[in-house]
Design a protein around this ligand. Structure first.
Ligand code: CTP
Length: 429
């Protein structure tokens, strides 16, 4: 049994007054199902934290003292929804007929065989489940069973820390057991303008000095960076990561530009520009955001990409962006459209879009890149290889050269009809 000393009571409707009626109804239904099956059910983690802060969070994580997979299965049937079971983690996601999702997990204890390893898991009660979590502000739960619907379970002073704006771990080894929490702490600091408490800042430094970040996989670090890049307050988070020298700790050659803020704002503007002017293109905005973090040392891109296990597509875009910087130096105000086309055409869209709004560029360069993106790259050649064959020419290596010359003339406005292009062709061949 849980000791009442561990609980602070906050009763509905005060706690739930900020939840939309459909979500409230959903939570009540889950609670009633808990009662029917004689299990204690709680909504936990980010949902509760953000509810108390007054910030919308649609991720509903349910913890129950019992078999979560079975519970989710039965509830999915009652809702006429679907269930996805994640066997490795003993968790389940119910997808309701309206498409909304709810995650279920059994209350559990976690132990770590060694620092940075994934935890091994044992079923337990809610209090133990909360105590294994990362920070006190994430270790809050609200009971959903009708007997005490809305009761806040706060056994680690999470509410006090939320009010004070403190990020605080729950035990001394937290950053050692799970070094991804270093990134998470800094992310929450930046997101909520909270502060990692002094002792924990010291714990982060000690954990880093012990080399814990070398023990986690590139994929896990990469996931944390992806989460950071999706925050609204990225520059603040990156500044703080730099204070902890985190990039260099992840890889000694990962050197972020001292002008990161300007790069970041320019990348945002470039994404807005692309949404407006290139509506028919699928642009990988995440790749553009990653470009803001590209090492200033071009040669390091491969090494850092290896450490982070970046997929080929992303690393190629980062490399292309680095190469593009020097290619753009060969462009001049008097470059013709065909020269612009020839230089820029080998590059994927993302590095070009990224470059558009970067500071300290001459206006003419921006105009030429925009002209390429909006117009030049969509121009269809008036003459193709098939036309050459129809004209009786034998396919040969020279084809490409001839076709390019005619196409270049077309791009530069020297020919505008097929007839003119054919006339030029006769002259060229
Ligand atoms: N958690 C943890 N340690 C981690 C990751 C997660 O203890 N390394 C716990 C926290 O209690 C967290 C919950 O698992 O609240 C859910 O994790 P996640 O979905 O990543 O975080 P949210 O709290 O939902 O926060 P966010 O708003 O960033 O998604």
């Amino acid at each position: 049994m849980l000791s009442p000393a561990y609980f602070q009571r906050m009763q509905a409707p005060s706690i739930f007054s900020k939840i939309s009626p459909p979500t409230l109804f959903l939570l009540q239904e889950i609670g009633k199902f808990g009662e029917k099956t004689a299990q204690s059910v709680y909504v936990v983690g980010g949902f509760v934290r953000d509810l108390l802060i007054g910030r919308e969070n649609l991720d509903i994580d349910i913890v129950l003292e019992g078999d979560a997979v079975r519970f989710a299965d039965q509830l999915a049937e009652a809702w006429s929804g679907k269930v996805q079971v994640h066997c490795t983690f003993g968790t389940a996601t119910v997808i309701r007929p309206d498409g909304s999702k709810v995650d279920f997990v059994s209350a559990r204890n976690e132990t770590y065989a060694r620092p940075g390893a994934l935890p091994s898991v044992r079923y337990s009660i809610i209090e133990a489940d909360l105590r294994r979590r990362d920070f006190s502000i994430n270790a809050l739960a609200i009971r959903l069973n009708p007997d005490a619907f809305g009761e806040l379970v706060d056994c680690t002073d999470g509410l006090r820390d939320l009010r004070a704006g403190h990020i605080r771990v729950l035990h001394d080894r937290s950053f050692i057991d799970d070094p991804t929490r270093i990134f998470r702490a800094i992310r929450y600091e930046g997101r909520y303008r909270f502060r990692i408490v002094e002792g924990d800042q010291q714990r982060i430094r000690e954990a880093i000095a012990q080399g814990v970040l070398d023990l986690i996989s590139g994929q896990r670090v990469r996931n944390e960076i992806d989460c950071i890049l999706s925050e609204v307050t990225v520059p603040r988070i990156i500044r703080r990561m730099l204070e902890f020298d985190l990039f260099r700790v992840v890889h000694p050659e990962w050197d972020i530009s001292p002008h990161f803020d300007a790069r970041w704002h320019a990348a945002q503007q470039a994404i807005d520009w692309a949404e407006q002017h290139l509506p028919n293109d699928q642009i990988d905005t995440a790749a553009i955001l990653w470009m803001t973090l590209r090492s200033t040392v071009c040669g390091a891109i491969k090494a850092v990409s290896d450490r982070l296990a970046l997929e080929n597509q992303l690393r190629e875009k980062l490399i292309a962006q680095a190469k593009l910087c020097s290619v753009l130096d060969t462009l001049s105000a008097s470059s013709t459209p065909s020269e612009v086309y020839r230089l820029l055409n080998p590059y994927p869209l993302e590095p070009l879009v990224f470059t558009l709004k970067q500071p300290n560029q001459p206006d003419w360069r921006i105009e030429k890149i925009q002209d390429y993106l909006i117009y030049l790259r969509g121009v269809q050649p008036l003459i193709t290889g098939d036309d050459l064959i129809q004209l009786g020419l034998k396919p040969s290596r020279a084809f490409a050269d001839v076709l390019w010359k005619v196409f270049a003339a077309q791009l530069d406005g020297k020919v505008s009809t097929k007839l003119e292009a054919c006339q030029l062709l006769e002259y060229k061949t």
